[in-house]
Design a protein around this ligand. Structure first.
Ligand SMILES: Cc1ncc(COP(=O)(O)O)c(C=O)c1O
Length: 410
């Protein structure tokens, strides 16, 4: 008889299930919102916010994304090594000549915040006989990366003098677009105005800015005036609104579910302390189930005694300290949950849903951190597939593209 809440037939101890079709649908929904004249950049840094960068990149491109954003050189190279040819912008600052040389080699576009890196690129590219595209970032109020926005027109004019580089884009980053408009002290509006002021000045001087972009997920959902030529979307692509007041702007489907298997059932009397430090003590005879997942996989330890899991559409409480590789739940109300049974930590079953925002609200962080907290030691499996090869021993199979390969050799 099929289980009422089929969680696939993975035989892993725990895994992240990624619905790549949901990512494509989210990309399409966002593209509909921004319209045909604005491009979508899928931000796939931090291993695709924990979903697996390569699988996410492919799904987002299929859903209409025109380019990809990564934070580091290695993240960009990984996409290229897997055969992805779409334009890739490195959002972090690359400061060393070797890093910029790799950008040229792998056709990754660096972000620059000063003339220093622009001149390094100019030297590299003029020696190679190729033109190197790059993008200039301006700080309009975030005080992180980017040249001072007032410097924008002068910098663009200087960059245009360098014949071996191409200024392919000009951008800035919003610091508080996820706050309701009344709560951000006008900062988003101010950043928008400063960015526009630079663009107006460039137009007056007849200087082209290339692709102009400002908005992250929150800016994209907040107002179309933030869209310009392109939006850089991370969180919403994975199916999560950056704030509850922005949740209704576009239909989004969470792409990640996290499941774990029961490895032991214990019956204990009342008064038993559970896990390190006995931070939980049973108050009645209890059926405990041990799950093979812990904080080393990405379940925040701060959720100890403050989270639940789903089994057959019901919530079961987690009890005691979450440990590195395991956690314990109270399965008294679920007599059908046995050794080998699968529970859902993040995801939905029937009417019940547990989201990264539920977790982040309980441990004083943000959904972004919850998602990219899931480590590569948890296999990423593509949702909806029927069967997974089991690996027993040998090197962990490479699973970032959503497929699990059995170890080769005898
Ligand atoms: C420069 C830049 N653009 C866009 C994004 C995407 O942000 P979000 O996940 O909020 O859409 C990020 C992520 O932090 C970023 O650093």
């Amino acid at each position: 008889m099929p289980e009422p809440y089929e969680t696939g037939r993975s035989r892993q101890r725990a895994w992240v299930e990624v619905d790549t079709a949901a990512i494509s649908r989210n990309a399409r929904s966002i593209q509909r919102l921004i319209g045909e004249r604005t491009n979508l950049m899928a931000v796939v840094k931090a291993d695709g916010y924990g979903h697996g960068a390569v699988a996410v990149a492919r799904a987002a491109l299929q859903g209409g994304a025109a380019s990809l954003g990564v934070a580091t050189l290695a993240e960009g190279v990984e996409l290229r090594q897997e055969g992805i040819q779409a334009p890739v912008l490195v959002l972090g600052n690359l400061t060393q000549v070797e890093e910029l040389r790799s950008c040229l080699r792998w056709q990754l576009m660096p972000t620059i915040s000063s003339m220093r890196e622009a001149l390094l690129c100019q030297n590299l590219a003029s020696g190679s006989g190729r033109t190197m595209p790059l993008q200039l970032k301006l700080d309009t109020g975030m005080a992180r990366l980017g040249a001072d926005w007032q410097e924008g027109p002068r910098l663009v004019a200087s960059l245009r003098e360098l014949d071996a580089i191409e200024l392919a884009g000009l951008y800035s980053h919003l610091a508080s677009a996820d706050l309701p408009a009344n709560d951000d002290d006008g900062l988003t509006h101010l950043q928008q105005q400063r960015f526009e002021q630079v663009l107006t000045s460039l137009r007056a001087q007849g200087l082209a800015a290339g692709c102009r972009h400002l908005a992250n997920s929150a800016g994209t959902l907040r107002h179309r005036q933030h869209h310009f030529d392109m939006v850089r979307v991370g969180l919403a692509l994975y199916g999560h609104p950056p704030a509850t007041h922005l949740a209704e702007r576009v239909p989004l489907e969470p792409a990640m579910q996290v499941h774990a298997r029961v490895t032991l059932i214990r019956f204990v009397p009342a008064g038993v302390g559970v896990s390190y430090g006995h931070r939980y003590r049973t108050t009645a005879p209890t059926r405990l189930a041990v799950l093979a997942i812990g904080y080393a996989d990405g379940v925040p330890r701060q959720l100890s005694n403050r989270m639940e899991v789903l089994f057959q559409g019901k919530r079961l409480p987690q009890v005691g300290a979450i440990t590195m590789d395991q956690l314990v739940i109270d399965a008294t109300a679920a007599p059908d949950l046995d050794i080998g049974g699968v529970v859902t930590l993040l995801g939905s079953q029937g009417q019940e849903q547990i989201t990264p925002a539920d977790w982040s609200a309980r441990c004083d962080t943000i959904p972004w951190e919850v998602l990219c907290g899931f480590k590569r030691r948890l296999p990423r499996l593509k949702g909806g597939e029927e069967e997974w090869p089991l690996w027993d021993g040998g090197p962990a199979p490479k699973s970032v593209d959503g497929t699990v390969r059995a170890p080769s050799g005898p």
